[in-house]
Ligand binder design. Structure first.
Ligand code: DOR
Length: 443
C-alpha cells in the first residue's frame, strides 16, 4: 500500500507506552506502526518531537448559532487547531439551544463548512424533550446529552429530580452534567456582592456543587444510567466520585487546576468568574491529587468565551466563563514539565480518557486502523502565552503572560495538517464517530 504520510522517528505515545518509531498513514487512517522503509507522499521529521494521539477537548462552548459576536465554529476551531486539539465536543447552550434533531443537523452542517478540526455536538436536555433524547443521542455528530442542573449561561435548565430522572431514563449513552443545585443558587443569590467577583464562590459555594453531584449520583444509581460530572471543583466531590466509578466519570478543567481564589479574583476580577467557580487552594490541591490518583477521567477546557466588553460589566452583571480551548495543551504540557503529572497521564486525560468514556470508535488512540489524528509536541520549547495569539473572537486569555515549557507544533486531523508551526491550515472537517451512533449517515 502506498503511504500518504509518514511521521518519522518520533517518540510515539502508543496505548501501551512511549516508543521511538515511525507511523504510516494512508487515506486518513493509521496503517502502520514500526519502521517504514518505503517513501511516502509526505514525510514529517519527528526525531525531536513527541507524537501524541490527537488531543480532544470534550467541553467547549463555540456560540454558533446566535452568539457569534463571542465566537463561531470557525474561530473556535481555529483556536483548537492552533492549540494542538484535533477534535472538540461542543455544548448546546447556543441560541437557539441544540435540543432538536434539526438544530443538531444544522450545527453538523455548519461544522462541515467551516471547522478547522473534527467536531461533535451535545444535545441539551430540557423539561420538554426527555422522550426524544434516546433518539437524538444516536444521531450522527452527537456527543451525547447535556444537563444543566443549575442555571448558567443561557436558558437550559433541568433542576428537579423527577425531570432529571426522566432524562436519564431515555437513552443509553453517558450523560454529561453541570452539577450546581438550582434551589441553593436562588437562595444564596444575594451573597453575590456588586463589584466583588471574589464573592462568586461564596454565592455558588462548595455545598451547591456537592449537593447537586450527590443528587445526580442517587439518580444514576436509580436509573442505571452512566453520567459524567463536568468541571468538578471540590475536594468532597473528587473523593466521592472515586467511590462511584461504576456509574460516574469526572472532568476537571485547567483553570480549576491552575488558578485559585482569592488570588485569581484579585488579579483577574471577572476574568476569573465562571460556573462552577474557581475555589480556594484546598480544592485546587485536591483536584491535583485526584488527577494523580487516576480518579479524573478527562480534562476539558470548558472554553466559554465572552467579549472584553461583556467581562468589563460590573459583577454580577458580568457573564461567567473563560476561554481555554487554545491554552489547554500548552498549560498541561507545562504541568508535565513541572513534574505535576507524567506525559502519559496527559495523553490519558486528553485522548484515551475521552475515547473510553464517550465510546469514540476511531479517535483517541495511536493504533492501526484508527483515525490519523496527531498532536506533535516539542517538550523543550519555551514560550509565553499571549492574548495576541488567541484566535477566539473574545481575544483574551486568563493566562496572558504565562511562561510555559512544552508546545504543540503540528496538529494533524485524519492525515491533514490543521496547524504547522503556529500557522493554521484549511482541512475538510468531519463529525466524530461514536459507538452507538448512526455513523453511516455521517460518512
Ligand atoms: O462559566 C460558565 N460559562 N459555565 C457554564 O456552565 C456555561 C459557560 C458559558 O457558556 O458561558
Amino acid at each position: 500500500m502506498s503511504l500518504d504520510l509518514v511521521l518519522r522517528g518520533g517518540m510515539v505515545a502508543l496505548p501501551w507506552g512511549l516508543e521511538r518509531t515511525d507511523v504510516g498513514v494512508s487515506d486518513g487512517r493509521i496503517v502502520s506502526i514500526g519502521t517504514v522503509t518505503e517513501p511516502a507522499a509526505r514525510e514529517v521529521d519527528c526525531r525531536h518531537l513527541h507524537v501524541l494521539p490527537g488531543l480532544i477537548d470534550t467541553q467547549v462552548h463555540f456560540r454558533e448559532p446566535g452568539l457569534e459576536h463571542k465566537e463561531d465554529l470557525a474561530t473556535g476551531t481555529a483556536g483548537a487547531a492552533l492549540g494542538g486539539v484535533t477534535a472538540i465536543f461542543e455544548m448546546p447552550n447556543t441560541n437557539p439551544n441544540t435540543d432538536t434533531a434539526e438544530r443538531l443537523a444544522d450545527k453538523v452542517r455548519r461544522g462541515r463548512e467551516k471547522a478547522h478540526v473534527d467536531f461533535a455536538f451535545f444535545v441539551g436536555a430540557t423539561t420538554g424533550n426527555a422522550d426524544t433524547l434516546g433518539r437524538l443521542e444516536r444521531l450522527p455528530g452527537c456527543a451525547g446529552v447535556k444537563i444543566f442542573m443549575g442555571s448558567s449561561t443561557g436558558t437550559l435548565l433541568v433542576a428537579e429530580d423527577d425531570a432529571i430522572e426522566a432524562v436519564l431514563r431515555n437513552g443509553h449513552r453517558r450523560v454529561a452534567v453541570h452539577c450546581e443545585d438550582e434551589k441553593r443558587l436562588i437562595e444564596r443569590r444575594s451573597l453575590a456582592a456588586v463589584g466583588e467577583p471574589k464573592t462568586h464562590p461564596v454565592w455558588r459555594d462548595d455545598v451547591t456543587a456537592i449537593r447537586a453531584t450527590e443528587r445526580l449520583l442517587a439518580l444514576a444509581h436509580r436509573t442505571g444510567r452512566p453520567v459524567h460530572v463536568l468541571h468538578v471543583t471540590t475536594e468532597e466531590e473528587a473523593a466521592r466520585l472515586a467511590t462511584e466509578k461504576r456509574v460516574a466519570t469526572m472532568e476537571v478543567t485547567p483553570q480549576h487546576l491552575l488558578l485559585s481564589g482569592p488570588e485569581c479574583y484579585e488579579r483577574l476580577g471577572t476574568r476569573a468568574q465562571m460556573n462552577p467557580p474557581i475555589r480556594e487552594k484546598r480544592h485546587t490541591d485536591a483536584l491535583w491529587r485526584a488527577v494523580r490518583a487516576g480518579v479524573v477521567d478527562v480534562i476539558g477546557s470548558d472554553h466559554a468565551p465572552h467579549t472584553n466588553e461583556e467581562k468589563d460589566r460590573v459583577y454580577p452583571a458580568s457573564p461567567s466563563g473563560l476561554p481555554g480551548v487554545q491554552t489547554t495543551v500548552p498549560l498541561m504540557l507545562d504541568a508535565v514539565h513541572r513534574g505535576l503529572m507524567p506525559l502519559m497521564r496527559l495523553v490519558d486525560l486528553l485522548a484515551h480518557g475521552p475515547q473510553r468514556i464517550y465510546g469514540l470508535s476511531r479517535k483517541g488512540r495511536i493504533a492501526t486502523g484508527w483515525d490519523a489524528d496527531f498532536t506533535l509536541v516539542d517538550l523543550a520549547a519555551e514560550r509565553t502565552i499571549e492574548a495576541s495569539w488567541i484566535a477566539s473572537r473574545c481575544g483574551w486569555t486568563p493566562f496572558d503572560g504565562t511562561r510555559v515549557t512544552g508546545w504543540p507544533v503540528r496538529t494533524i486531523v485524519r492525515g491533514q495538517d490543521a496547524m504547522i508551526d503556529g500557522a493554521l491550515q484549511k482541512i475538510a472537517a468531519e463529525p466524530v464517530r461514536f459507538y452507538g451512533t448512526r455513523d453511516e449517515e455521517a460518512a
